[in-house]
Structures are given as C-alpha cells and as structure tokens.
Design a protein around this ligand. Structure first.
Ligand code: HAM
Length: 416
C-alpha cells in the first residue's frame, strides 16, 4: 500500500472545515488591510533560494532540489518571500506607487525531521509590504498577523520582537558575539560550532540545553544598533503600543532565515514548555537589491496553517462545519431511478445541493446513507410515486413525511 510521503499529509473533508475557516478569515483581513493576492509557482529557479541564505544554512540544506528534463536546476518553494520579490521585480511592480502590498497562501517544502507542527510540506499565509521603510508598516504587519490569529478565536498569544540591525551596525555586533563565543568554543554543541564560523547570529537561536547558559550571557544586539536602527525600532514599538498590541522584547530572537534586517518578530501560544511559532517575519531591506533590483525596503510575515489548526484544536475553538447537501434522492426500480436522476439534476440547477442514490441499494441502506450524510431532506421515489408523478419528501430531523408532485419539489425545497 502506498502512503503519503513522510512529513506530508492528506487533508480529509472533516479537516477541510479548518482550512476553509482560516483561508476565509485570511482573505477578508488581507483585503481589509489593502493587501492583494499574488500567486507564485510551486517551484522556482534554485538560484533564487540560494540567494537568500549562505551555503550550509538550514533553508538551503532542507530544500527539495531537482533538475528538470532540460537540465535546469529547480527547487520546490521553501518559503514565500523570495518568490514574491522575484515576481515584484519580474513584473515591474516597482513602477507602481509604493508600498506594494501582497499576500499569498502557498504550500512550502522543507526536508525537516518530521514532528508535531513540523512537516515536509506545510502551508503558509504570507503578507509582504514592499517599497517603503516606514516603521508604521512593521507595526501594520505585526498587527495584521496578530489580528488574523486572534480573530480565528486563538487567545494567549505572545508576540516577541527584536531588531537585528542593518548592514552598518550588524557587523559590529557579530564581531562582539564572535569574541564572546570564542571563549566558549569547546562547550558548544556541534551545530553551534558551525554557526560560529558561518552564521554567528544563529548562535542565539540554539535550542540545546548546553548552549542556553552561554546564550544568556551573550551581548545584546540592541546595545549595538546604529542611531537609525534604534530610532526605527523605537518607532515600531511606539506604533504597536498605540495600536494596543502587547509584545515582549526578546533580544535573542534572530529568526531562521538570513535575509532579515532591523525588525524581526514571532508569535507563539503562551504557556509552559517549548512553544513553536505560529507565525513570524520581519524587515528585509536588502533582499530585493540582492536579487538584482534597486535598493528597496520591505517587511512581511508568514503564518503556518497546520500549526494554527493544532493551536485551534488545543484551545478547543469550534469552527463552522462545511456546508452539507440539502437533499438525498432515494429510489426503488429502474423507472424511479430515471425520475430521480432528472430530479437531482433539476435541484442542482436551482442551486440546491443534492445527492443521488446509486447502485441497487435497499431503501433501508439508502436511508442509512442519507442519515450519515446528515441531509435535511430525503426524497423517496418508488413505483407508486412514478405512476402518480409524485415523491415522498421526508424531513430528516422531524421524521415528518408528505407526498409532493415531482414538479413542486425543487421550489418547495428552495422555499424552505
Ligand atoms: P518561517 O518562520 O520560516 O518564515 O515560516 C513561517 C511560518 O511557517 C512559521 O512561523 C511556521 O508557523 C510555519 N512553518 C515553517 N516551517 C514549518 C514546517 N516545517 N512545518 C510546519 N509549519 C512550518 C518564512 O517562511 C518567511 N518567509 C516569513 C516572512 C514573510 N518574512 C518576511 N515576510
């Protein structure tokens, strides 16, 4: 028997109720905040992603890379920001009044070790505001992310923010961090030894217990920010406070992707134990330039749909069920089946969701199916009904039955 590949899952109909609920809220709020939809392909030129992180970075190691039949090296989309920036450049969106505000709901693929809330295919809602350095936009995307999650019914959300500086001030901090860590080199976990050489900021992100103590004593990046970055960060905080958004400063927050500058943030459910982020993002003022465009500041976030569903279930949030069919048309005999086929078609044309009994099931098993589909009405057509051009209409909740002429069933159901 085949199974879905490790780290992926099928989304069954009952699970789809969560997806519909989340996607509808997302679309509504994105539109409310002036973000427009932009869809990018499920695979991109490998080099696009290779640009966003140094060799050896997690995102590069985790990428699904393949060559197509022409020998072009491609990668399944690992995250949405780089493809959106590619599309922004490719379609000349920089010619529009800035910022250009875009959103997407996409699958993303990362070859991670599967565990609860960490999959090899996951889905993200992402929002990007491109072409403006105004700190009010940092606050806007944080507010949008928070409002999205809280409007779904999630509570006890913790927003953490930090600033990781810019090209001017970050190198000074990285030097200080390297100097501090060099005295602890022997005590570092194997991953941190690599991080120290390749990507020192990520040292602050290590989850190994043995490295935690070292992280606690590390210099704080906010002590090294240049005056522009400091002013920017203070403004973001001022706007958040004015908007009534509670947040905590976390000077260890550096995020898993390497394109960030200045503001970074994450939101997670509050509580004890290891809490995985429901969403995160930040500013990425150099990325578009690194992809071949003019210097273009930008900020955005993405939230993971599967993790949101886990949180909704943990917090016992009830979501609306998917719409159910209204009518089930049962029949007995060849002629009745013909009439049932015509009736079901007529109901569907009138916008009434209807299911037709198939095969040669007994009336009892047809009614059992109608019950399990949770329909409001069952229409029963037998030989007698065919002869009289009528059908029996059964209200499934009250059990009440009445005989109705064929040509009146659709309008009766429509009225009800
Ligand atoms: P990210 O933090 O890598 O950021 O992913 C965003 C969200 O996707 C995470 O907070 C998490 O909820 C979900 N997620 C990530 N990896 C997995 C996984 N393996 N399994 C399940 N869920 C996952 C980005 O991707 C950035 N592009 C966000 C951004 C947009 N920054 C600026 N603009």
């Amino acid at each position: 028997m085949f199974k879905a590949p490790r780290g992926t899952s099928d989304i069954l109909p009952q699970e789809k109720a969560y997806w519909k609920y989340i996607e509808e809220k997302a679309v509504y709020l994105c539109q409310l905040y002036g973000y427009q939809p932009l869809n990018t392909p499920v695979f991109e030129d490998y080099q696009l992603f290779a640009h966003i992180a140094p060799d050896g970075a997690d995102i590069i190691k985790e990428m699904y890379v393949f060559e197509d039949r022409s020998g072009q090296k491609l990668a399944l989309t690992a995250e949405g920001t780089a493809p959106i920036c590619r599309a922004y450049l490719e379609h000349g969106l920089f010619n529009l009044p800035q910022p250009v505000k875009l959103y997407y709901i996409i699958p993303a693929f990362r070859y991670e070790r599967p565990q609860a809330g960490r999959y090899r295919q996951h889905h993200q809602l992402g929002c990007e505001a491109i072409g403006d350095a105004d700190p009010v936009l940092d606050a806007e995307v944080i507010e949008l992310m928070y409002r999205f999650l809280s409007s779904l019914g999630l509570s006890e959300l913790l927003i953490e923010i930090n600033s990781i500086g810019c090209r001017q001030c970050q190198p000074g901090y990285v030097e200080a961090l390297k100097k501090y860590y060099s005295t602890y080199r022997d005590r570092l976990c194997p991953d941190c030894k690599v991080r120290l050489a390749r990507n020192p900021l990520r040292l602050l992100d290590c989850k190994e217990v043995s490295c935690q103590e070292i992280i606690t004593g590390a210099p704080k990046i906010t002590d090294y920010l240049c005056s522009e970055c400091q002013t920017h960060f203070q403004s973001v905080q001022k706007y958040l406070t004015e908007l009534g958004i509670s947040y905590q400063l976390n000077h260890k927050l550096v995020r898993g992707l390497d394109y960030y500058t200045r503001t970074v943030f994450e939101v997670k459910p509050e509580g004890k134990g290891v809490q995985i982020a429901l969403g995160g993002g930040g500013r990425y003022d150099n990325l578009i330039e690194e992809l071949g465009g003019k210097p273009t500041p930008a900020v955005g976030f993405a939230a993971g749909i599967e993790r949101i569903i886990i949180a909704l279930k943990n917090q016992n949030v009830i979501v609306p069920t998917l719409p159910k069919p209204v009518a089930y048309v049962a029949c007995l005999g060849t002629q009745a089946k013909l009439e049932a086929t015509k009736l079901v078609s007529r109901l569907r044309h009138q916008g009434i969701a209807a299911i037709q009994a198939t095969g040669d099931k007994s009336l009892k098993s047809q009614l059992r199916q109608a019950n399990s589909l949770d329909v409001k009405y069952t229409v029963i057509i037998g030989e007698k009904e065919v002869a009289n051009e009528t059908a029996v209409l059964r209200d499934m909740s009250s059990g009440e039955q009445k005989t109705v002429p064929f040509n009146e069933i659709a309008s009766l159901l429509e009225k009800r």
